[in-house]
Design a protein around this ligand. Sequence first.
Ligand SMILES: NC(=O)c1ccc[n+]([C@@H]2O[C@H](COP(=O)([O-])OP(=O)(O)OC[C@H]3O[C@@H](n4cnc5c(N)ncnc54)[C@H](OP(=O)(O)O)[C@@H]3O)[C@@H](O)[C@H]2O)c1
Length: 331
Amino acid sequence: MSSLWYFNGIPMAADDLLHHFVPYGRRLLITGCHGLLGRKLHALLAPANIVAGVDLAPQSALSGDRFTYYSLDLTQREPVAAVVEEFHPSFILNTAAMTDVDGCEMDKDRCWRLNVLAVENLIRAAKKSNAHLIHLSSDYVFDGRHPPYRETDPTAPLGFYGKSKLAGENALRGAGLPHTIVRTQVLYGVAPDIRSNFVSFVLDKLRQPGELRIVDDQRGTPTLADDLAEGIGRLIQLQREGIYHISGRDSVSRWEFAREIARQFGEDPERILPLKTADLKQNSPRPADSSFSLEKIRRDLSFLPRGIREGLQEYRLQREQLQTTHGGETR
Ligand SMILES: NC(=O)c1ccc[n+]([C@@H]2O[C@H](COP(=O)([O-])OP(=O)(O)OC[C@H]3O[C@@H](n4cnc5c(N)ncnc54)[C@H](OP(=O)(O)O)[C@@H]3O)[C@@H](O)[C@H]2O)c1
């Protein structure tokens, strides 16, 4: 039986508290606030916290009574230090990254600057402000040969993106400041003005006539971005440090995932045919199966994110809502 906690004098089971309460009254700095995860974190945390967002665009459409936006390039050391000193966050949530896996292989310098040097800039600034740094990393730090991956398993990245994400983790591990490394994978979700993700890519393709070929030899545990944001909320609330794997609970190949997307959106799954990774000729190698073990988040955070069916149902609902409020096409 779980122990009782007290909230405003009311006894509550720890599970209830975690289920119903997100962090409140904290100063939170979200980098990459216009990206998919950044937007979900803003939506979850801005109502009850003092939130600042950082991204490259000169202006932000994000709102909130106590929300401040800073247009900032994280690869620039001095401006990063100045913003962190001015806002003085208790937590920095670093979601900004170069996430284009093949792009990282082709432009290693740009990839390194954002995925490693920007992290070092944030570390320096966080140390001065005594902030806790929560940094987003990836399943691509693994080679995909020994799933399901636990937080303690040895890393062995195959491509430059994975190497850069591991270097970002290592910079943080040796830095001597309170920190949490959150590895995630195959993020999907609905938000205005974000780049394409696997689900929106498959839906775009299904809108065109004909068959669609998707690899059946890359496997993982796809993650609804809303669930990842909730997991990060729990990490903040419980002030957890160390490494955490947060992903959806179902291990599926990209082909199986695409077929479920088709089913959930009333399309014919038979239009989706299997393909081998070798035939794709991608610039970067990818792990064959980087599925996560979720034992640690289940134990430490009382949290088990949704599987693909429930995740896609939520995606579909949010997509319809966004199309109503924003009109036209949405990701
Ligand atoms: N997406 C996935 O499937 C996946 C899988 C595993 C791990 N992750 C990790 O999860 C995190 C969040 O991913 P995401 O998909 O939410 O990312 P995203 O949508 O690509 O968002 C990243 C945001 O950071 C901004 N940014 C880029 N360079 C910047 C700079 N120099 N200074 C300030 N902001 C900058 C981007 O702006 P622009 O759009 O203008 O460039 C974008 O708004 C990342 O750390 C990623 O490595 C993601």
